[in-house]
Design a protein around this ligand. Structure first.
Ligand code: AKG
Length: 276
């Protein structure tokens, strides 16, 4: 039995003390073998149905995170499906969600609940499938308890060439950086970005195998590069936050859907709220 097999235990995945420390120190951690190849197969089959557009995703919840809302689907460089579990309810409670929930609990303690899920698939040969540098908190309203564990599952091997995640370790410990919209207006594109300076910031790419996960918090700087390979780079994200924080978001009408009134009204994101 391999090391990863021993750490998967039905709906749970064991996070070691050392990995918990790394998450606190760096703002992210890489966990090996959260899903086996067989377990991933079932998830990948549904994922493909989203990419073939057999599962309907309304409005702006299907968009390109590297472009504007005006692009046609076939031209998307990063296909973004927001809230797949809303549009495919059979996914609710799937094995990945269960293991991710157990990871969030080990990293942050009890009382973490699923806030949102998301698919991020980079098309082959798309050098512009760049996910701009950002801190997730800049996208979200601010509440007293900001604890977050965003689990990012590699559905394909995620490599330097196809646009693996990259982080600035420790960047969650200093004030949030100012963010600006990629396009002039959040009505044109959802994407926000901030500046990273390779002279000052340590940029750490994190290539991971299919079935591995990275987990990041709400403040660590991260992004990813383009996809120069012949294959897709598919990722499946499930994010957990404190129950009261998620309840506060919902009271504001904020569900992470790009179709939310609140998302449309906040033309420059929530970055201005952080500056106050
Ligand atoms: O998939 C990517 O390249 C970026 C994902 C990301 O920024 C996130 O999940 O917060």
């Amino acid at each position: 039995m391999s090391h990863a097999d021993e750490r998967r235990d039905g709906p749970r995945y064991l996070v070691t003390d050392e990995e918990q420390q790394r998450f606190r120190r760096d703002g992210y951690v890489h966990l090996c073998g959260v899903l086996s190849d067989d377990e991933l197969g079932e998830i990948a089959a549904v994922y493909e149905r989203f990419l073939r557009r057999e599962i309907a995703v309304p409005g702006k919840d299907l968009c390109d995170m590297s472009g504007d809302y005006g692009r046609g689907f076939e031209q998307y460089s990063i296909v973004n499906v927001m809230l797949p579990r809303r549009y495919y309810p059979a996914w609710q409670g799937n094995l990945y969600e269960q293991r991710a929930a157990s990871i969030a609990e080990q990293l942050h303690g009890p009382g973490m609940v699923l806030d949102y899920d998301q698919l991020l698939a980079k098309r082959p040969f798309k050098d512009d499938a760049v996910f701009e540098w950002h801190q997730d908190q800049a996208y979200w309203p601010v509440f007293a308890d900001s604890r977050t564990a965003t689990t990012w599952l590699a559905v394909d091997d995620s490599t330097l060439e196809n646009g693996c995640m990259r982080f600035v370790p420790g960047s969650h410990k200093v004030p949030l950086r100012p963010h600006r919209p990629l396009k002039g207006d959040r009505g044109e594109s959802h994407t926000l970005l901030t500046d990273v300076d390779p002279e000052r910031d340590e940029i750490r790419p994190v290539p991971i195998r299919r079935g591995d996960v990275t987990v990041h918090n709400e403040r660590v700087l991260h992004g990813s590069g383009g996809n120069s390979t012949a294959g897709w780079r598919r990722a499946y994200v499930v994010a957990f936050r404190a129950a009261e924080t998620v309840a506060e978001e919902r009271r504001l009408g904020f569900t992470h859907s790009h179709n939310d009134e609140r998302n449309v009204l906040d033309r420059v994101g929530f970055a201005d709220e952080h500056a106050r």
